[in-house]
Design a protein around this ligand. Structure first.
Ligand SMILES: Cc1cc2nc3c(=O)[nH]c(=O)nc-3n(C[C@H](O)[C@H](O)[C@H](O)COP(=O)(O)OP(=O)(O)OC[C@H]3O[C@@H](n4cnc5c(N)ncnc54)[C@H](O)[C@@H]3O)c2cc1C
Length: 556
């Protein structure tokens, strides 16, 4: 028998950081809010997984920016009553990212001025171009705060006055800026080396994206949440549950129900009907529109845009448990190892469906970023993640339809062979910064774009939502409010873009749309909606992973 629940003011489909932030802001503002997550633990890309009761691995929280006391993420957390609940550990201020190219290693320091000095020191022939390029990037980032997105035609004169660099450069490509500054290939490569954070080459990346990304790291350094990535979703789950809401895991949604142009609730994969006048989808954008709701409920123009959107290139990740302690052996940094200065070429290979011969290898070690949390790796051991960009598509994996369509892949020989080849290549790359690594591997596994699709249902196995590109940025991305009454969006594919900071801002923006107030401004002015005395998270015996789970009620 199908059950019907009618207790909720709002349902959030998906428990990524965008969905959980929206839900926490709704719940603390008095809406009875239900989060439904299909995976067995909340957090989406911010969840962690554990192996051998010894190692913990982050899926998508490797480093965060703007986490000082009044930074973006701490401010959002403060608004729901979580001030001081999460400690952010700073990475090496002298180099939170270390960029390694043939014959040149560049440590990215905290602070625009130091960054500028160091770039000029490393590339004296490009001095004039570097200054010009950084003036534009720093100007765009600084002026971004004055911009109301989307820019209304009547606001243009004010913006031309108050944000001239943003208006001139923000939506142009990074490559255009590099050309304008007559930068050489080495300078371009170093400046764009962290483009893996948004998975787009200079020819496609909007200057605004690059400027805001590097600014949010440079202005206050790189950070990692003490206790591992799972503390972020776990504390938001606590806020939701302690303010009249609920978060259910293993509770996938099959359909979002729309009647006469407005949302009325959802039907879960187990067949339960749950009614609510507001539904927020934090799930994949294309699947939300085309599969969970259906083309017939939207305008032809919306459906044409949704079908046309390109997804960001996916990532391939290797997770290693080591019986060797890297604490104090390697700096607290992310290593970006490139064997070429041709970053455009590397992306071009991916766009043309080829795994690049000269792979980017990004190495990060959670047990170095948070040396005290033994759940990540006990003393004497280490937990590391190694990542690279790969082409999208099923063919290179020997698949046809993909796991979201029910295709099995674990025993597919081609799939396993490609996975093995890439795993070996990334481990070889990591040996460059951790010599002897191979001798110390006691746990090894890899996640492909196919695994990403399997776990999060993301189209094309992407990690970052819609591709970040000049024709898919700013007003070209969907806002939180849709044309269907009661249907809202939160997450990486919206106008707020991806990254933990991006989707959390988007969650506040989504809740603001629903409540008809500017919550970001209210919180900046000191408003706190959550009641800290109700919260149960934190403390020595609290396990963020367990706190992020919950079982959906059994079907009748
Ligand atoms: C390998 C990797 C490295 C990254 N590194 C960083 C980093 O260092 N710093 C940083 O800031 N960002 C990083 N990111 C990006 C960041 O993790 C993501 O942008 C962000 O977590 C996405 O949040 P989201 O709100 O879009 O939701 P998602 O994380 O995409 O979660 C969506 C959730 O919806 C659920 N869902 C989907 N369909 C349904 C359904 N039908 N019913 C119920 N639930 C459903 C999924 O299971 C999932 O839990 C990384 C990402 C990856 C993958």
């Amino acid at each position: 028998m199908t059950t019907t629940e009618r207790d909720w003011d709002a349902i959030v489909v998906g428990s990524g950081m965008g969905g959980l932030t929206t839900a926490a802001y709704l719940a603390t503002n008095g809406l009875r809010t239900l989060v439904l997550e299909k995976h067995y633990v909340a957090g989406g890309n911010a969840h962690v997984f554990r192996r051998q009761q010894k190692f913990e691995f982050d899926v998508g929280v490797h480093y965060l920016g703007d986490c000082g006391p009044d930074g973006g993420i701490p401010t959002i957390l403060r608004g729901v009553g979580l001030e001081g609940k999460i400690e952010f550990l700073e990475m090496d201020p002298d180099g939170f990212d270390t960029l390694m190219f043939p014959g040149l290693t560049f440590k990215v320091p905290k602070g625009w001025d130091r960054y500028r000095e160091r770039l000029v020191e490393a590339l004296p022939d490009d001095e004039t171009g570097i200054h010009r390029c950084l003036d534009v990037l720093q100007g765009v980032a600084a002026e971004f705060g004055k911009v109301q997105m989307p820019v209304a035609p009547e606001d243009v004169p004010r913006m031309m006055e108050e944000a001239p660099t943003f208006m001139k450069w923000g939506m142009r490509s990074l490559a255009e800026l590099f050309d304008d500054c007559h930068l050489g290939q080495k300078a371009r490569a170093i400046l764009a080396a962290e483009s893996g954070d948004y998975a787009a080459p200079p020819s496609r990346a909007p200057i605004l994206m690059h400027a805001v990304l590097i600014d949010h790291y440079l202005k206050d350094g790189g950070y990692y949440p003490k206790g591992g990535g799972q503390v972020l979703p776990a504390h938001l789950v606590d806020v939701i549950r302690s303010h009249g809401g609920e978060v259910r895991t293993r509770a996938g949604v099959e359909r979002i129900v729309v009647e006469d142009g407005r949302v009325t609730g959802v039907v879960t994969q187990k067949g339960e009907a749950i009614e609510a006048p507001i539904v927020v989808s934090n799930a994949d954008l294309k699947r939300t529109f085309l599969e969970m709701i259906g083309e017939e409920h939207f305008s032809a123009q919306t459906i044409a845009s949704v079908k046309k959107y390109r997804m960001a290139l996916p990532l391939f990740c290797v997770y290693l448990g080591l019986d060797m302690d890297l604490r104090d052996k390697i700096p607290n940094t992310n290593f970006w190892v490139y064997s070429t200065y041709d970053i455009e070429g590397l992306y071009q290979d991916c766009y043309e469906g080829r795994i690049p011969d000269e792979l980017l290898v990004l190495i990060t070690a959670a047990s170095v970023k948070d040396p005290e949390t033994e759940a990540i790796a006990p003393k004497g051991c280490s937990s590391i993640e190694i990542m690279t960009l790969v082409p999208a598509g099923y063919e290179m994996w020997g698949l046809e339809k993909g796991p979201a369509a029910g295709e099995k892949y674990h025993k597919n020989e081609k799939y396993q062979a490609v996975k093995q080849r890439l795993t070996d290549a990334l481990i070889d790359g990591a040996e460059q910064v951790i010599p002897g690594l191979k001798e110390h591997i006691v746990w090894k596994e890899a996640a492909t774009p196919i695994s990403q699709e399997h776990f999060t249902f993301s189209t094309g196995g992407t990690s970052y939502g819609l591709e970040i590109a000049t024709d898919q940025f700013g007003p070209s991305r969907p806002p939180p409010k849709t044309e269907i009454e009661g249907l809202y969006l939160a997450g990486a594919s919206t106008v707020y873009a991806h990254g933990i900071g991006g989707v959390m801002s988007g969650g506040v923006g989504c809740a603001s749309e629903i409540l008809g107030r500017n919550l970001a401004r209210e919180v900046r002015e000191g408003r706190v909606y959550g009641d800290p005395s109700k919260l149960t998270g934190g403390g020595p015996d609290w396990d963020p992973w367990e706190a992020s789970r919950g079982v959906a009620p059994a079907k009748d």
